[in-house]
Unconditional design. Structure first.
Length: 132
């Protein structure tokens, strides 16, 4: 199997030695996304976890599209919150993107700090449907 690097200008460019996503076979592994505007590279949403989560989900959606996948194909997400008290607010936005009937497995953890002082980071693993 070959490893394919996925990149889209519709999501923030990597700020270190990593890729937005890597596809191997029918699987795509997305790097964690934080609430960065893809054009400016600046944090979106200030201290508002709802606005930050929405930007994170938009960034992940852009990378999924670039890989030929979408939220219906996501099998696992990991959510990192700077404050677990923000879970309900994050979850309400997350639920706008994920169908409860086909929702992926998920872990959610509180961490002591996230890049650029953001409140939320999310990564995921998805399937890439074969083209017929």
């Amino acid at each position: 199997m070959t490893k394919v690097i996925i990149y889209t200008p519709d999501a923030p460019a990597p700020v270190g030695p990593y890729s937005q996503a890597v596809q191997v076979g029918e699987w795509v592994f997305l790097a964690g996304q934080i609430a960065l505007d893809p054009q400016t590279g600046e944090v979106v949403g200030g201290e508002d976890v709802v606005a930050q989560t929405r930007q994170v989900m938009q960034n992940l959606s852009a990378v999924l599209r670039a890989a030929g996948s979408d939220w219906s194909q996501v099998v696992k997400t990991t959510v990192y919150l700077a404050d677990l008290n923000d879970f309900a607010a994050m979850n309400s936005v997350y639920g706008e993107y994920v169908d409860p009937d086909t929702a992926p497995a998920r872990a959610c953890v509180e961490v002591s700090r996230l890049p650029k002082g953001v409140k939320v980071e999310i990564d995921c693993v998805a399937m890439v449907p074969k083209m017929s």
